[in-house]
Design a protein around this ligand. Structure first.
Ligand SMILES: [Zn+2]
Ligand SMILES: [Zn+2]
Ligand SMILES: [Zn+2]
Ligand SMILES: [Zn+2]
Ligand SMILES: [Zn+2]
Length: 340
């Protein structure tokens, strides 16, 4: 190797990948020896050098180190803090494609929202796990479950037979799909709806369902919040709609179901959280009848008004007045700080 070449190499900024090295580390090194919690941002040490987390330090009244019992003033240990920050743990969903690494204390928090979290095949004799879209393919190809595209406006009519029926949103970037399950029970066909997604959260969607038995003229409907699930516990066992068996004529073992799926109501706490406000500005849509206004977010303007449950006509609303109701309301919302 000649000199000019090695000089040139020294001048190059190291590439990001070259700055990291895979190592093994004893996990307890990154835990507080007193409370066994993972070290976070502030770490202190006694005069001998025993580490302690900041909340344990705050609880010590006699100023004695819990490890060596020497009376000491605990000092911040920036060196250890740097080590804790720079040890990157791979996400436990790495086998499903997540390439992120996090400090030990951030690992759990990330995995609760990791988009690479697995979903589970609900068939009792099948152990398939995979990403949301992989499970969708698995259900429709391997188990040959019927599948209906869910259009953007969220309403679809389908022929529902006992078993699983998949509803696939048009936008594949959604990382969720819906699943209907119809099971023959003693008195009727029990129908449940579930949103299949990684990291089951509070419901993000609502749905309304209605059916019509053309033979008997019997009809029924229900509205509900849609549970979200990874299906790790199998199919939901509580039902959202049960058409009575005797009302479904003869040997026809199906019903025609009309289902509308809509994002959960707009100004709930869960909706305001995160990026909801910046990505979906609020808009005022006056009701045609009496011209008073209901406020909904832009993604909710299709279908029913979440506040009045009334079918809305949505005329184009524009106002040059800077202080109209929506912008005042948006400003008020931005000042709201959410308490957990
Ligand atoms: Zn501690
Ligand atoms: Zn000590
Ligand atoms: Zn991850
Ligand atoms: Zn399966
Ligand atoms: Zn909304």
């Amino acid at each position: 190797m000649d000199g000019s070449n090695s000089n040139k190499r020294r001048d190059e900024a190291p590439r990001e990948g070259d700055r990291w090295m895979d190592v093994r580390i004893l996990k307890e090194t990154l835990d507080c020896t007193v409370c066994f919690e993972h070290f976070r941002t502030e770490i202190y040490q006694c005069s001998v050098g025993h580490f302690i987390c900041s909340s344990c330090r705050d609880k010590i009244l006699d100023k004695k180190c819990p490890t060596c019992s020497i009376k000491t003033s605990f000092k911040r240990c920036f060196g250890m803090e740097h080590v804790v920050q720079s040890v990157a743990f791979p996400c436990s969903n790495a086998k499903y494609g997540c390439r992120e690494g996090h400090a030990y204390y951030q690992k759990e928090g990330h995995e609760q929202v990791c988009p690479y979290g697995p979903c589970f095949c609900p068939a009792s004799d099948c152990s398939f796990t995979g990403l949301t879209h992989e499970l969708l393919d698995h259900l429709t190809i391997y188990h040959m479950s019927p599948c209906t595209d869910l259009p953007y406006h969220g309403t679809v009519a389908l022929r529902l037979e006992p078993g699983i029926h998949v509803l696939a949103p048009r936008n594949k970037g959604n990382n969720h799909f819906f699943m209907l399950n119809m099971e023959p029970e003693r008195l009727g066909y029990a129908i449940s709806v579930v949103c299949v997604q990684p990291n089951a959260t509070e419901p993000k969607f609502t749905c309304s369902m209605s059916y019509d038995c053309s033979g008997t003229g019997y009809c029924g409907s229900a509205s509900c919040q849609i549970k979200s699930s990874t299906l790790s516990d199998g199919l939901p066992t509580d039902y959202d709609l049960i058409p009575p068996k005797r009302k479904i004529s003869g040997d026809r073992k199906f019903i025609m179901l009309r289902i509308t799926i809509h994002q959960a109501s707009s100004v709930s706490k869960s909706h305001v959280k995160g990026k909801g406000l910046t990505s979906t500005p609020l808009t005022l849509f006056p009701r045609r009848s009496d011209d008073d206004g209901d406020i909904v977010c832009r993604s909710c303007i299709e279908g029913k008004c979440p506040t009045s449950s009334q079918k809305l006509l949505f005329p184009d609303y524009s106002s040059d007045d800077d202080d109209d109701v929506p912008s005042r309301f948006e400003r008020a919302l931005k000042r709201v700080s959410l308490l957990d």
